[in-house]
Design a protein around this ligand. Sequence first.
Ligand SMILES: [Zn+2]
Length: 358
Amino acid sequence: MNLKPMFLMLLSLIVMISWTTYAYTIQASVQTRDLHLPLSSDYSKERKDQATHAMIHFISNAGNNPQDPYNINSIYNIFLDYGFSTHYMIGRSGEVYQLVDEDRVAFHAGEGELSRFSGYKNNLNEHSIGIELLAIGTENEMQSMLSNQAYNLITPSNIGFTDAQYRSLNSLLDVVLNRHPAIKRNRNHIIGHEEYAPRRKTDPGKLFSWARVDFTQKHNARRGESLWAIAQKYGVSVNSLVTLNHIDPNKYLQIGQKLTIPAMYQVLPGDSLWRIASKYGVSLKTLINLNNLNPNAYLQVGQNLIIPSTTISYNVKSGDTLWEISQKYQVSIDTIIKVNNLDSSAYLQIGQKLFIPH
Ligand SMILES: [Zn+2]
């Protein structure tokens, strides 16, 4: 018996299996840096309830040192001194720190309430994962933490959020939502601190772009699955799948082919088009057009809306102005400035990448 082909077969099988495992691990993990807070009841406690929410915050040391607001040790000391905590923190270069493990409750939300989750009054910590981004809000939003003079000492590039932070936030949310399926990928479950405690908190604030949080879902096509079946499963149109994925509707899907499912939102009592558009950071006009709505008609509770959360990435060419780009994509200059955290007085650079929500 010739052992060589058998050996080669076995070898390729091992390579295949380890590659699959490896690929899966890359997809389902985020590299975190260990910055754990002491394992004491001052900073966390055992989780008894399932997590249904992820809460976004900002934090900095600007109140003590406006010229060096992102020193990690100083920020760690803020947590130690004030006895609050978070599961994750995302640095300016997108580095992700872990301060509390997900199977414990972190103390990040404090007192507050959510109109749609009446049982969560003052106890959202028990039901959530906290994510702090190292960032500084507008002068107004920072008023309770630092004076106007101190705010003026902050380097402009330290205000707002960075591209790397949005990228890491999206990877982190993929992993967290994978582990906690009760955290639905929509704006009722992924929320800002200010939405829970509007009288006390301003984070993540006006400079945070919800349009850059990825609310789309991924689907791996299975054997024999048709576009129509996938569209039915997610409550989206075949057309929206064809457009978003640039596929030929007349061709069969490949097994394992990855499809992006448009972000969807199911209308709840009390929702308005304006409210939904502003929560997702998209324009009212795009929301109306994309869903073929009559702007004067009422929304129906339970109605599914497609959320235009795919942002175009645009490379600035010679001679481009913000005004021209805003005309081309039918979005306001203010939106482009906000989404890209631009200094409105600075010039665009050739080759600069802009995100355009549409
Ligand atoms: Zn907060």
